[in-house]
Design a protein around this ligand. Structure first.
Ligand code: NDP
Length: 481
């Protein structure tokens, strides 16, 4: 095994107070390859003390001082890009090419975006004719708790800590225990970037121990969480009575609405991507494909042919389209959903089983990209988030029927519309119950836009000014004229 991952507290790399370790696996081979600290509330307490001690000086550095250091951190990740790319792929099972194209560049952009954004962040003033002027003073609140999932490890981790730090807060963060490696590598760069000790603290370990210690800590007044809806509900249960600020980015069951008048080739190519990128483990993946009935047979045949041609394989191989899913329990969960869908009367058009690769990859966790049709809209494969390489196909009759199906789950994160009818595109976008709508595209991201979901997909928005507002408290100051 490699030398162990360590916590990063007050600028020091250290083991957990318990002296205990957890093990992280490489999904491509199923091998245990590195240990990480099995931390608990003692480590979180140390991190909170360090963060509070660091806060006054970090805040006093001012926007430019903080911006400089975050830009430096971005430059250091860029310098070590290939190391980060290899580590992310190994830890998560995603194709190396995806980590190189998306994950690590986006982590770099997150730092640059908020490091420069804070220089332009301004607040409002409200004139009351001749009576008074009000201005909004936006101040950091001290220490933010940031908890992130395993699917886009460094990408989502930095999406939270970058705005928190830029706004002037110090951070106690927990990456997913399933994919801790790149957060650890980031911690090793903080001192070099000139981040004062205690500004960013990273505590590794289990959600119910470390995550819940962060959420329930009385000196952490704000929690930014991305993960499953059930975990989000538990976090809200604990944090709400403490009156903490909460940003919850939760699960999705995103519909893709394909109208017969769409640009078929463009739609087909993009829908294969929106279904199976990162093994379907992106909260924004379109997992329910709704197709206008007149187009259904053509779509199904062409789509299944494309999906069958996807190469499941070694994440290190440039020719691989689909890598390993993140863990054995997750693979079992996805396979159980497929079995359930068959029981519910679904027809598996392709995939549907574990893929056994040869040699060193024989024990890796691979699932063939799976397409299922013929399911009732109420069954669990359609209503619940599977978060794997599985999509369902459903025909619809008209716009109203499409909207009824699209809006019928408890989730409301993203939706995709494929049509060349401009008026319909806008009309349907307004009626969809989701926080993010893509028309004739998918995963086109402008970091200035509000990001988040409705219904059980979350509370609050990330991105752009929304994030900087979340990580500051607004105070109205009224001055008599
Ligand atoms: P989880 O909810 O299981 O875990 C997310 C994080 O929370 C992990 O760090 C986890 O630690 C931690 N955690 C678990 N229990 C608690 C607790 N009681 N208190 C505090 N923290 C806790 O999600 P997954 O990691 O399985 O990620 C997949 C989910 O994330 C999917 O549902 C997906 O849709 C969602 N997601 C949402 C996005 C969005 O922007 N809306 C984006 C990406 C993913 P540990 O790893 O140790 O369990």
């Amino acid at each position: 095994m490699e030398s162990p991952i360590l916590n990063f507290i007050n600028g020091q790399l250290q083991a957990a107070a318990s002296g205990q370790w957890l093990v992280s696996h490489a999904p491509a081979t199923g091998e245990a390859y590195v240990q990480l600290p099995d931390s608990d509330e003692r480590d979180v307490e140390q991190a909170v003390v360090a963060a509070h001690a660091a806060f006054p000086a970090w805040n006093a550095l001012g926007r430019e001082g903080r911006s400089d250091r975050l830009m430096k951190l971005a430059a250091l990740i860029e310098r070590d890009l290939e190391k980060f790319v290899a580590a992310e792929s190994r830890d998560n099972g995603k194709p190396l090419s995806l980590a190189r194209r998306v994950d690590i560049p986006r982590a770099i952009s997150n730092f640059r975006f908020f490091a420069t954004g804070i220089l332009h962040f301004a607040s409002e003033s409200h004139m009351m004719d001749d009576v008074a002027v009000n201005y909004t003073d936006r101040q950091p609140f001290g220490v933010a708790g940031c908890i992130s999932p395993w699917n886009l490890p460094l990408y989502l981790f930095t999406w939270k800590i970058a705005p928190a730090l830029a706004a002037g807060n110090c951070v106690v963060a927990k990456p997913s225990e399933v994919t801790p490696m790149t957060a650890y590598m980031l911690s090793a760069l903080c001192n070099e970037a000139g981040l004062p000790p205690g500004v960013l603290n990273i505590v590794h370990g289990l959600g119910p121990k470390v995550g819940s210690a962060i959420v329930s800590h009385p000196r952490i007044p704000a929690i930014s969480f991305t993960g499953g809806t059930k975990t989000g509900a538990e976090i809200a249960r604990v944090a709400a009575p403490m009156f903490k600020k909460l940003s919850l980015e939760l699960g999705g069951k995103n519909p893709v609405l394909v109208f017969a008048d769409c640009d078929f080739e463009d739609m087909l190519k993009t829908t294969v991507r929106s279904s199976f990128t990162n093994q379907g483990q992106i909260c924004l993946c379109g997992s329910r494909i709704l197709i206008e009935r007149s187009l259904y047979p053509r779509f199904r045949d062409a789509f299944v042919a494309r999906v069958k041609a996807l190469r499941v394989g070694d994440p290190n191989d440039a020719a691989t389209d689909v890598g390993a899913v993140v863990s054995e329990p997750h693979m079992e969960k996805v396979l159980a959903y497929i079995a359930g869908a068959k029981k519910d009367g679904g027809t598996v058009l392709c995939g549907g089983e574990r893929v056994k690769l040869a040699g060193a990859l024989a024990n890796g966790w691979y699932i063939a990209p799976t397409v299922i049709e013929g399911l009732d809209n109420n069954c669990s494969a359609i209503q619940e988030e599977i978060f794997g390489p599985v999509v369902t196909l459903q025909p619809f009759d008209d716009e109203a029927d499409a909207l009824r199906l699209a809006n019928s789950t408890p989730y409301g994160l993203a939706s995709v519309i494929w049509t060349n009818d401009l008026k319909r595109a806008h009309r349907v976008a307004r009626e969809l119950k989701a926080g993010i709508i893509w028309i004739n595209c998918w995963m086109v991201r402008d970091l200035r836009t509000p990001f988040g979901g409705v219904k059980q997909s979350g509370v609050g928005r990330e991105g752009g000014w929304e994030a900087l507002r979340f990580f500051t408290e607004a105070k109205n100051v009224c001055v008599r004229l």
